[in-house]
Write a protein that binds this ligand. Structure first.
Ligand SMILES: [Zn+2]
Length: 293
């Protein structure tokens, strides 16, 4: 888990892994700016999947639900939908994802888990008016969804990074606020408080003295959650870097020799290039259809 306030460098840190790993990037936040800054050779190592999730079209939770349930599938470029019937009929473009073929050099990135949480809530209440306040039954459904994803994250059979925005959480004693903690924004407050336990590492990021800083040691701070199930201490690195972490994870030694993807200046027009290039056009089309805010 990677979490922090907006602009603290979470996506940049994850995207830098494309130097050494193959990334399957599930983008729910309608934002590919970080990836656009990468050199072509790194972009070639990213299977960029845009899932344009909005309150009125909460496709993110449905696509990820199917993808994690089946561990593989095709997601259409036009809507970010799993096995989209319309796009199948129109013979439109799809990206393939297959978690069952993941090796030590593969990493799935969910950008962001917070948008996934909002998508679940939007899906649960989608037939209601805009000013509708979730009721007891909705929270039950929300809980079922978030618990499904929590268990999927914990049991994922490869490398997984889920990026979350941070929100403030008041720690109460009676009706008095005794302290404020930063926690990952995910689903309901109850789920947000417990989601971290499904991850082996919880890394908090912030901007300090105009520099991106990251912390993983369990003893870093009382004000925010961090943990590391290995000895990995990202705060000890001169610049935050996640690549030394992955060789420390148990699965990397259990499996055969990792295949390191070659970073060469390959020609453009890979799925990631196409997806990033097509994103603004795609967003424009979605706006025209009234599917985005
Ligand atoms: Zn489609």
């Amino acid at each position: 888990m990677l979490f922090g306030l907006p602009g603290c460098g979470k996506s940049t840190l994850a995207a830098a892994l494309s130097k050494t790993h193959k990334l399957t990037w599930l983008c729910l936040d309608n934002d590919s700016d970080v990836l656009l800054k990468l050199p072509d050779a790194q972009l070639d190592n990213i299977n960029f999947i845009n899932i344009p999730d909005t309150a009125t079209f909460p496709v993110g939770s449905q696509t990820l639900l199917q993808l994690f349930k089946n561990q593989k599938g095709a997601i259409c470029h036009a809507h970010g939908m799993y096995n989209c019937q319309l796009c199948t009929k129109n013979k439109a473009e799809f990206s393939q994802v297959d978690f069952t073929k993941f090796g030590p050099q593969d990493i799935c990135v969910i950008d962001t888990g917070s948008q996934l949480g909002r998508s679940i809530l939007s899906h649960v209440t989608k037939d209601e008016a805009v000013d509708y306040k979730p009721e007891r039954d909705d929270w039950g459904a929300l809980r079922k969804y978030t618990e499904f994803f929590a268990s999927q994250f914990q049991g994922f059979r490869g490398n997984l990074i889920v990026i979350f925005h941070a929100i403030e959480h008041n720690v109460m004693q009676g009706d008095k606020v005794i302290s404020t903690k930063l926690i990952p924004d995910f689903g309901s407050k109850g789920m947000a408080l417990t989601i971290a336990k499904n991850f082996s590492h919880v890394i908090y990021m912030e901007v300090k003295n105009k520099k991106h800083r990251a912390y993983s040691s369990s003893t870093y701070s009382n004000d925010c959650l961090t943990k590391s199930r290995t000895d990995f201490r990202i705060e000890d690195l001169e610049t935050p870097d996640l690549s030394p972490l992955f060789p420390l994870l148990p699965q990397s030694t259990e499996q055969e020799q990792p295949q390191i993807p070659q970073v060469t200046s390959a020609p453009a027009a890979t799925p990631a290039h196409n997806a990033v290039a097509g994103l603004s056009e795609l967003q424009q089309r979605m706006r025209e259809k009234g599917l985005t805010k």
